[in-house]
Design a protein around this ligand. Structure first.
Ligand code: SF4
Length: 370
């Protein structure tokens, strides 16, 4: 796609010397000539060390800030997953950012289970329920190669991997031996432990990381985690240390770096603004950000409260839907609506005022959305 690149580079040259803010993602230093995935460059000694470290974590699980301490060969903790990986869907996926999905799709591997309990979870049936097939790390690695060879996808995108990091590490090393050549995307809530992220260092190319909410009270109420934001801040710093800002090859595909997502939540625009200020000041002003507006009530949001259900039953009306229940009868009523343009714009403006400039916007030219 070099034809699309040339006019872009010319427009860089025409920028007046006084222009302070850059506006192009696909320009040095974010443009890579070529790319070799990091796991390909891992020394065999480091690969062996990762292999032996991987399963140690499972015997007294410290893989996330829940620190359940359980032996996952015998029982499960909050994430409900033991020593095997439970996978819900493996398929080319076209619902990611254009720079991740490209033309052929991103090779998504949706893990069942999660270490968060978001009341509004947009993947509730996968993350809160143990639906799926059990796979060994070796079988998982074989699927990565199938995605590459049959699906022709641009990357392997491991969705919600925080609670199965050792198995994922082993699967990547196995897939490398089988001929995997495409980048690995670690698609996370950012509720990771530093031990997990260190195990992933050298294996992951793109961190696709959420930053959900800022206030501890909000994370306790909505994510069922005491201080999600504190963990996410440290996780993002470690991810940025490992892979840097998001970089592309000239086909417009992201190959290495950190991409942060923020799902705008009803009435939480000030928390979103604080997240943007943190990204600009403590991660990088060149951090690539996707401010997402597709929130919809899901999971527990808008469901009748227990006493609402009891009242319905007493009245003999079991057909009242959550959408027709009055506000005081439904759970998390404050989240039971889509977000407004005003809320989205507020966060975007805060991001720009903080100095962020690399957003997941539609293209302003005829080329890729880069
Ligand atoms: S990964 Fe699961 S078992 Fe381990 S600490 Fe987190 S929630 Fe608990």
């Amino acid at each position: 796609m070099k034809w699309a690149l040339r006019p872009v580079l010319r427009s860089v040259a025409r920028q007046p010397a006084t222009t302070k803010r850059r506006s192009l993602h696909l320009a040095p230093p974010f443009l890579l000539d070529d790319y070799t995935p990091r796991y390909q460059l891992l020394a065999s000694r480091d690969a062996s060390l990762k292999r032996s470290a991987a399963y140690g974590h499972l015997r007294e699980c410290n893989l996330c800030p829940r620190l359940c301490g359980v032996n996952r060969y015998e029982t499960t903790g909050t994430c409900l997953i033991g020593a095997d990986v439970k996978v819900n869907v493996i398929a080319p996926h076209f619902g990611e950012e254009p720079c991740i999905q490209g033309h052929n799709g991103s090779g998504a591997v949706f893990m069942s289970g999660c270490n968060l309990r978001c009341t509004f979870c947009q993947n509730y049936d996968i993350s809160h329920q143990r639906n799926g097939m059990d796979l060994t790390p070796e079988q998982l690695g074989e699927w990565y190669v199938k995605l590459q060879e049959v699906g022709k996808v641009h990357n392997v995108n491991i969705v919600t991997p925080e609670h199965v990091v050792p198995q994922v590490a082993l699967s990547i090393l196995h897939a490398k031996d089988l001929g995997l050549r495409i980048p690995i995307v670690y698609n996370t809530s950012s509720f990771d432990s530093l031990a997990s992220l260190q195990l992933m260092d050298g294996l992951v190319d793109v961190y696709l990381a959420d930053f959900k909410v800022w206030n501890p009270a909000t994370s306790k109420r909505l994510l069922k985690a005491d201080d999600y934001a504190g963990t996410a801040r440290e996780s993002l710093k470690e991810m940025r240390r490992q892979v840097g800002d998001l970089c592309f090859t000239s086909d417009g595909l992201a190959k290495r770096g950190l991409l942060v997502r923020h799902l705008v939540m009803p009435g939480k625009e000030e928390e979103g603004a604080q997240i943007m200020r943190f990204l600009a000041s403590e991660i990088s002003p060149d951090c690539f950000v996707n401010i997402m507006e597709q929130y919809h009530p899901d999971a527990h949001v808008g469901k009748p409260k227990k006493r609402g259900r009891a009242a319905q039953k007493a009245a003999g009306d079991s057909t009242v839907s959550s959408s027709s229940a009055s506000t005081d009868q439904v759970r998390y009523a404050d989240l039971n609506r889509p977000v407004t343009n005003k809320e989205v714009s507020y966060i975007r403006r805060a991001a720009e005022e903080a100095g962020l400039w690399r957003f997941n916007d539609p293209p302003k030219h005829d080329g890729f959305a880069i």
